[in-house]
Design a protein around this ligand. Structure first.
Ligand code: GLC
Length: 557
């Protein structure tokens, strides 16, 4: 994490270790199973650390590993200070932190504090029905309306009402996700104190930071139906910062579906002492249907995508910081969504990596993306495991949608696309487990797997490795000013990054058809080719003929 010392040119902005870092997200359940129970675990992760070190990773974001009934695969926590039995023990976790550190890798934990599991002792106490139980006010309880109905029509992200009636206490509790994920009452100072103390407990175990689950929800005002960007959101984040990581050198990234460039500045501006950065999702949601959302996605509109990415690059140019990602455990596989998994899988996966990794911000690679893993072609709903997909299937069918039509949407957008086991080799179950995986392995593991990718220097994996290394050696990639070109071109993305006398130009064809483009007069394609997904080409000509999904970057110094 000290590569930053290589970037000590005078006049550059304030530097943080995470400016040059590349992060890698692990979904523990699906990453590597060491004991053959079909579920990934911490010992499995440890056994793969060298793989990540060789890729050049600095930080691992671990999706939740805490004790949980796994209603939402660990995003429903029943004990914040224990490890889920299927993942291992606290000793395993400490060993993971130490082994990762020995390889220069930090571990960031998923902080899920908008809600707990309904099996968390706080909620068990809270729902005992005793109004003066000190834990009653740890959650959000409301009396029924006179007709017995819920206080309002807030909806859960997983479908259906966000209020569930609790017979024992005669009141409704709020859950913006599943019924088994009751929302914590952040207005209660005791809740906040418990959470900060828990965060410090993990910080003291040597972690490198937190990814904060739906953190834009914590300032909510449920009665006014204000969920994101609630009145107390930033007050709480500043309080959290001061009480926990503020005086330590950690990376904090908030999951904020609601973020705009303006609110991103509130979260990540240096003076505000809140977070290092946020995940924004504008480039994701712009592809959703007005009515069916992600369950009937629209075809990719490159002009709109470029507009969004460019807007975020410009907005956080001098303060704040961007995170960069195509995928995560809630999103489809990048190459299936933005590229061409059937026709040009290798070319388009490399193209997408080139475009993302040469932008300004901290890139996050989602497990399997570095070998070009694809969406999974499940043919029946029974193959799905994800609570959101299963709930939505029921709701859509109840509303009259045809099962096949829903399945088509799920094939494109279900969270399970990202959750099939990591494909390590062409052995049984893709080398993920010696047992039967908790969710089916994508059958293409025989041709798409890490062992083959690492062995082939022209693979997607090696392309990622080179891009990750470039960020460590070229300050222009870390701090260069972003400008975009040919904004109206629906097929090609052209941008430049400039820092001092260095100018990096990135050109990417997002289509399976060849493209012919006129190079804008203001930029010149001369210098050293830093990255290419085809054979290096001759540079300098005013017109370019681009091959399908061709992408390259040229540095002029
Ligand atoms: C976040 C997580 C998602 C989870 C939800 C509820 O969006 O990324 O996986 O289901 O929060 O915790």
């Amino acid at each position: 994490m000290d590569q930053i010392t290589a970037l000590t040119e005078p006049g550059l902005p304030l530097k943080e270790w995470w400016h040059t870092a590349t992060a890698y997200q692990i979904y523990p359940r699906s990453f590597s199973d060491s004991d053959g129970d079909g579920i990934g675990d911490i010992a499995g992760i440890i056994s793969r650390l060298d793989y990540l070190k060789n890729l050049g990773i600095d930080v691992i974001w671990l999706s939740p590993i805490y004790r949980s009934p796994m209603d939402d695969n660990g995003y429903d926590i029943s004990d914040y200070r224990a490890i889920a039995e299927e993942f291992g023990t606290l000793d395993d976790f400490d060993r993971l932190v130490a082994e990762a550190k020995a390889r220069g890798i930090g571990i960031i934990l998923d902080l899920v504090v908008n809600h707990t599991s309904d099996e968390h002792p706080w909620f068990v106490q809270s729902r005992t029905g005793v109004q003066d139980n000190p834990y009653r006010d740890f959650y959000i309880w409301r009396k029924p309306l006179t007709d017995g109905g819920p206080p309002n029509d807030l909806q859960s992200s997983f479908g259906g009402p966000a209020w569930t009636f609790d017979e024992a206490s005669g009141e409704y509790y709020l859950h913006l996700f599943s019924r088994r994920q009751p929302d914590l009452n952040w207005e209660n100072p005791r809740v906040r104190a418990e959470i900060y103390s828990m965060m410090n407990w993990w910080i003291d175990r040597g972690i490198a930071g937190f990814r904060m689950d739906v953190i834009d929800y914590i300032g909510k005002d449920a009665d006014q139906k204000i969920v994101t960007d609630g009145p107390q959101l930033h007050t709480y984040l500043q309080e959290m910062n001061a009480a926990t990581y503020g005086h330590r050198d950690l990376l904090t990234v908030g999951e904020t579906w609601s973020a705009t460039p303006q609110t991103a500045m509130l979260y990540s501006s240096r003076d505000r002492a809140e977070l290092s950065m946020v995940f924004q999702f504008e480039h994701v949601t712009l592809q959703w249907d007005v009515l069916y959302g992600k369950w009937r996605p629209k075809p990719l509109d490159l002009v709109a995508l470029k507009t969004v990415l460019g807007k975020w690059q410009r907005a956080l140019e001098t303060d704040g910081w961007n995170s960069l990602f195509w995928g995560n455990h809630d999103l489809p596989r990048a190459v299936s969504r933005y590229g061409d998994a059937a026709g040009y899988r290798v070319e388009s996966a490399k193209m997408l990596a080139t475009v993302l990794h040469l932008l300004k911000g901290t890139p996050f690679v989602y497990q399997g993306e570095e070998i070009g893993m694809t969406n999974v072609p499940f043919t029946t709903i029974e193959q799905y495991r994800d609570i959101e997909t299963l709930n939505m299937h029921k709701l859509h069918l109840d509303a009259g949608r045809l099962a096949d039509d829903f399945l088509k949407g799920a094939n494109e957008s279900s969270r399970d696309n990202a959750r099939t086991p990591m494909q390590w080799s062409n052995e049984a179950a893709g080398g993920f487990s010696s047992g039967i995986p908790w969710i089916e392995v994508n059958e293409n593991y025989k041709s798409i797997n890490a062992a083959d990718s690492v062995a082939d220097t022209s693979s997607i994996w090696h392309h990622y490795r080179r891009l990750i290394a470039l960020r460590k050696t070229h300050p222009v990639i870390v701090y260069g000013k972003f400008e975009s070109w040919l904004d109206d071109d629906p097929n090609v993305f052209v941008y430049s990054r400039t820092l001092g006398t260095s100018c990096l130009v990135v050109i990417a064809n997002f289509k399976p058809q060849p493209q012919s483009i006129e190079i804008p007069a203001d930029i010149r394609i001369i210098g050293v080719c830093l990255s290419h997904n085809y054979e290096p080409r001759e540079l300098g000509a005013p017109r370019l003929e681009l091959k399908p999904y061709e992408a390259f970057a040229v540095l002029q110094t």
